[in-house]
Design a protein around this ligand. Structure first.
Ligand SMILES: *Cc1c(COP(=O)(O)O)cnc(C)c1O
Length: 225
C-alpha cells in the first residue's frame, strides 16, 4: 500500500469537481495518518469516538477531524471541544445533545444530517419526511450552537450502478429542496457527503462535495487483529 500514490490518484481524479477528499483512517495506526498528513491531507474521518480522540491527542493540531460514524449521545462530550464536522446525525435527540455540548464549549459545531437512502435496514438516517419535519419545527430554532451545513448518505452496497446513482440522486434532490425551501439561521446548505471507495465516482456525478474514502487509500481494514 503506497499511501502517497493512492492520494495522488485521488487528488487527480477529483480535480475539476466539487468534491473534497476525506481520508477515512478508522482502524489504521497513527503512522499511516501521519504519512497521509505529510502528503498534504488535513481532513480525516473516523467512526469511533475513543479512537478519534486518541488520534487527535497525538497528531498535528491543524487536522480537521470528521466524525463519520454512528454517534452515541453519551459520547458527544469527548469530541465536542475540537471536532470539525459531525456527519451522521440521525435523531433529534442527538442534535439536541450536540447543541448542549457545543454551548458548554462556547462554540458552534457544524453537522450534517444523515438521510436513509439505501435498501439496507442497518443503515441509519432520517426519512425525507422526518427530516423536513425536524428542520421546520420550532424546537429546531432553539439549537443556536449547531449549524446544519448539509446532508450525508450511504448508498446500497450493490454492483448495480443505476441503483446507486438513483439513491445519490435522491439525496441530492432532498438537499436542493431544503436549500430552496427552508430558511433558518442555523442552516446553511453547502456540503453533500456521499461516496466511498466503491462508489465515489457515482457520488461525484450526482454532486457530492465530500467523498469519504478509506480502503482505497489505506488498504483493506482488518477488524480481527
Ligand atoms: C468506513 C466508512 C467509509 C469508508 O469506506 P471505504 O469503503 O473504506 O472507503 C465511509 N463512510 C463511512 C460512514 C464509513 O464508516
Amino acid at each position: 500500500m503506497n499511501i502517497k500514490e493512492n492520494l495522488d490518484f485521488f487528488s487527480e481524479s477529483i480535480k475539476g469537481t466539487n468534491a473534497k477528499l476525506i481520508a477515512v483512517s478508522k482502524t489504521k495506526p497513527v503512522e499511516m495518518l501521519q504519512e497521509a498528513y505529510d502528503a498534504g491531507i488535513r481532513d480525516f474521518g473516523e467512526n469511533k469516538v475513543q479512537e478519534l480522540a486518541n488520534k487527535y491527542e497525538v497528531l498535528p493540531k491543524d487536522i480537521k477531524w470528521h466524525m463519520i460514524g454512528h454517534l452515541q449521545r453519551n459520547k458527544v462530550k469527548y469530541i465536542a471541544p475540537f471536532v470539525h464536522l459531525i456527519h451522521a446525525i440521525d435523531t433529534p435527540q442527538l442534535l439536541k445533545e450536540i447543541n448542549k455540548q457545543a454551548l458548554k464549549n462556547d462554540r458552534i459545531i457544524n453537522v450534517l444530517l444523515q438521510v436513509h437512502i439505501a435498501d439496507e435496514e442497518s443503515k441509519f438516517g432520517f426519512s425525507e419526511v422526518d427530516l423536513l419535519d425536524l428542520l421546520n419545527s420550532e424546537s429546531f430554532d432553539e439549537y443556536q450552537n449547531i449549524k446544519v451545513i448539509g446532508l450525508m448518505g450511504m448508498a446500497t452496497n450493490t454492483k448495480d450502478d443505476e441503483k446507486v446513482l438513483s439513491e445519490f440522486g435522491t439525496l441530492k434532490s432532498i438537499f436542493d429542496k431544503i436549500d430552496k425551501t427552508v430558511s433558518k439561521e442555523n442552516i446553511a446548505m453547502q456540503e453533500l457527503s456521499m461516496g466511498m471507495s466503491g462508489d465515489y465516482k457515482l457520488a461525484i456525478q450526482k454532486g457530492s462535495t465530500m467523498i469519504r474514502v478509506g480502503s482505497a487509500i489505506f488498504g483493506e481494514r482488518n477488524y480481527n487483529k
